[in-house]
Design a protein. Structure first.
Length: 240
C-alpha cells in the first residue's frame, strides 16, 4: 500500500484498520480550520500490521488515549503500549454496567442517555485533558473498541471546543458506521446490530446536553476541573 505520512488525510489508509480518522480540516466559527496531524480517532488497533504502526509513527503519532475498560485493554492490547516512541494512557470512559452488551440490550439500552452519562463522567474527562496537556507536541490518537461511542463523545467535545459547527460534529460521528461496517471483526451478534449504527440523534443529545447545562464547551471543561489557561492550550493545538 502506497501512502504518504505528510499528506492530510480524512481517513488514514491503513492495512488492517478501517476507522482511523482525522479531526483536522474542519471549519470553525472563527473562520479558521482545525489542524491536521494533531488528533486522530480510531477503533481498537490490536490487529494493525507493522507497516501500519510505522506509518502512524511517521504521521506524527506520539501519544495514545485508550478509552476502553481495563478488561478490554487486556483482552485486545494496544500495539503501542510499551513503545518508547508513544506515550500510552488507559482512561476508561465507561462504567462496568454497560460492558455486557447483551444484558444492556435486554434492559433497553438508550445510546443517547449513555452518551450523556459519558459527558457527565467529568472526573475522567479532566484526566483525559490533563494527559492531552502533557502531550501537546505531536499527534494524539484516542480510541475505544469500535471507535464509535466513547471515541465519538470525546471527538464531539474536542470539536465543540474548537468551534466546529454542530452539523459537522454530527456528520463526523454519523459517518462512523460507514467505516465500521468494513470491519467484520467488529460486527456484533444477532440481535445487537442496532448498536453498530451511529444515529445522529445519539450524539446530538450529548451536544445539546452540554450547551443546555453549561452554555459552552469551555464552561463545561471548567466544570470538569480545567483552568482557562489549560483550555486555551488545547484550543491552540486544535487550531483555534
Amino acid at each position: 500500500m502506497k501512502r504518504n505520512p505528510n499528506l492530510n488525510y480524512a481517513c488514514l489508509p491503513m492495512e488492517n484498520a478501517y476507522n482511523v480518522r482525522e479531526l483536522g480540516g474542519y471549519a470553525t466559527k472563527k473562520g479558521s480550520v482545525t489542524n491536521h496531524h494533531q488528533f486522530l480517532r480510531s477503533e481498537n488497533l490490536t490487529d494493525i500490521t507493522e507497516e501500519d504502526k510505522t506509518f502512524l509513527i511517521e504521521y506524527g503519532l506520539s501519544a495514545i488515549i485508550d478509552l476502553r475498560s481495563r478488561e478490554e485493554a487486556l483482552i485486545y492490547p494496544n500495539p503501542f503500549r510499551g513503545n518508547a516512541a508513544v506515550n500510552y494512557m488507559n482512561c476508561p470512559l465507561i462504567t462496568e454496567d454497560v460492558l455486557d452488551l447483551r444484558a444492556v440490550k435486554e434492559k433497553g439500552f438508550d445510546p443517547g442517555a449513555f452518551y450523556i452519562k459519558l459527558v457527565e463522567y467529568k472526573e475522567m474527562i479532566c484526566r483525559i485533558f490533563h494527559f492531552i496537556l502533557d502531550n501537546l507536541d505531536g499527534c494524539i490518537l484516542f480510541h475505544c473498541q469500535a471507535g464509535k461511542d466513547r471515541t465519538g463523545v470525546l471527538a464531539m467535545i474536542l470539536m465543540g471546543l474548537a468551534g466546529v459547527s454542530k452539523e459537522d460534529i454530527i456528520a463526523n460521528y454519523e459517518v462512523t458506521h460507514t467505516y465500521l461496517k468494513e470491519n467484520v471483526k467488529l460486527r456484533l451478534d444477532d440481535g445487537l446490530e442496532e448498536l453498530e449504527f451511529s444515529r445522529p440523534e445519539w450524539i446530538e443529545n450529548a451536544y445539546d446536553h452540554i450547551l443546555e447545562h453549561y452554555g459552552s464547551f469551555k464552561v463545561y471543561l471548567m466544570a470538569a476541573g480545567l483552568t482557562k489557561k489549560e483550555i486555551k492550550k488545547v484550543r491552540k493545538k486544535l487550531g483555534n
